[in-house]
Ligand binder design. Structure first.
Ligand SMILES: [Zn+2]
Length: 378
């Protein structure tokens, strides 16, 4: 039986533990204790040292004997700012923040669903083939925890990352590849009033290059942005240096390559034209993924939705998540909608119905894996 009160209380407890990115110690310790109490083998990896967080990723294991596929259940422990001193407010059927901070349902609603499902699996003695839990550090702004996770510890055949908007039954099967593009344009400085002719104005070169770029929404699968620009020292100096940082994302890696090349080309051509030098560094921030309906996590998620008479909704996302990294490391993982709303704003909220619905749905996914094993899947 899904215990709505226990779920709500645990959610209220977790959102009140500060865990902004890089400072996950307090919530990690609490989660480790909870996982141990439920009966998991718990460890912490060394990712914190790699990324500069005070905490590593938390890995929990509940061995199973049924022979059903081992499942990975994952959510991230960190929240965005303003995320310190969260005071949750119960408002009819929803929980929101007081308005001074985010709520942190991104991604504590995911943590709570996983904890409660593990508890129910134990309390009800449900058969399963093994459950692996990963609570990551520093997902926001870089996926640093999952990038530095100790994958040798995992053997899961299918993963579920509880970290999307959309109600339970929402299954994200495609996510973009992303490139980050860093540019330094070097011109030549000169006195702006005495001999501007001797200068090459890096700000002018940068602005002309950017004005000639296609950015924003490129097509239904591709986006691009110039997000940061800085340069110049004083109004009486022709500026000799500008730095620009931008990105491109696409659900199709070929389209991503084309967009990244387009940005680089605009910078090079304009710099050449004005006699400036351009240094461009392109970093692949993460690999995307595309799961079809036969992929194990999608099959299980669809089967569970059918059994609960939820309307499943397969969707694409324009954002990266830990699932991008899990998939690139060989664990087929889908992202599940957990009903969080207006995330990364102080208006963030989640309904009590979705907090409980998440547990019901994830539990049914565990059952679906078991049915698959018993060959009773319909
Ligand atoms: Zn999130």
């Amino acid at each position: 039986m899904v215990n709505s009160e226990r779920i709500l209380n645990e959610f209220l407890e977790l959102v009140q533990v500060d865990s902004v990115s890089g400072k996950e110690r307090a919530i990690a310790d609490l989660l480790k204790r909870k996982l141990s109490e439920i009966g998991l083998e718990v460890s912490e990896d060394s990712a914190g040292r790699e990324v500069g967080s005070d905490t590593g990723n938390i890995i929990g294991k509940l061995p199973g004997k049924s022979g059903a596929p081992v499942l990975l259940l994952s959510a991230h422990m960190d929240t965005v700012e303003p995320g310190r001193g969260v005071k949750p407010v119960l408002d009819g059927g929803v929980v929101r923040s007081s308005g001074a901070t985010v709520l942190g349902s991104d991604d504590k609603a995911g943590l709570v669903a996983i904890l409660e499902v593990l508890r129910l699996v134990q309390e009800e003695n449900l058969e399963h083939g093994g459950l692996e839990v990963v609570f990551t550090i520093w997902e926001e702004g870089g996926l640093f925890g999952s990038k530095n996770l100790d994958y040798k510890q995992l053997s899961a055949a299918a993963g579920f990352v509880l970290d999307s908007d959309g109600p339970p039954g929402t299954i994200v099967t495609r996510a973009p590849w992303q490139d980050q593009i860093g540019v330094t344009i070097t011109g030549r400085s000169a006195h702006a009033g005495i001999n501007p002719e001797a200068g090459v104005n890096a700000i002018m070169v940068a602005s002309q290059a950017i004005a000639g770029m296609k950015i924003g929404r490129i097509d239904d699968e591709t986006t691009s942005n110039i997000g940061i620009i800085s340069g110049g020292k004083a109004t009486n100096i022709v500026p000799d240096s500008v730095t620009i940082q931008g990105e491109a994302r696409s659900l199709d890696p070929t389209k991503l390559a084309a967009q990244t090349a387009h940005i680089c080309e605009a910078i090079k051509v304009t710099s050449d034209k004005f006699g400036a030098k351009a240094r461009i560094v392109v970093d692949r921030v993460y690999e995307g993924f595309s799961l079809d309906e036969q992929a194990l996590p999608v099959r299980l998620a669809l089967s569970a939705a059918k059994n609960l008479e939820l309307t499943p909704r397969l969707k694409n996302t324009g954002g990266g998540s830990d699932a991008n990294i899990f998939n690139s490391k060989g664990i087929a993982a889908a992202v599940l909608g957990i009903g969080m709303n207006k995330v990364h704003t102080t208006e963030e909220f989640i309904s009590l119905a979705d907090l409980s619905g998440n547990v019901r749905y994830l539990l049914e996914i565990v059952r679906a894996a078991q049915r698959l094993q018993q060959g009773q899947q319909h």
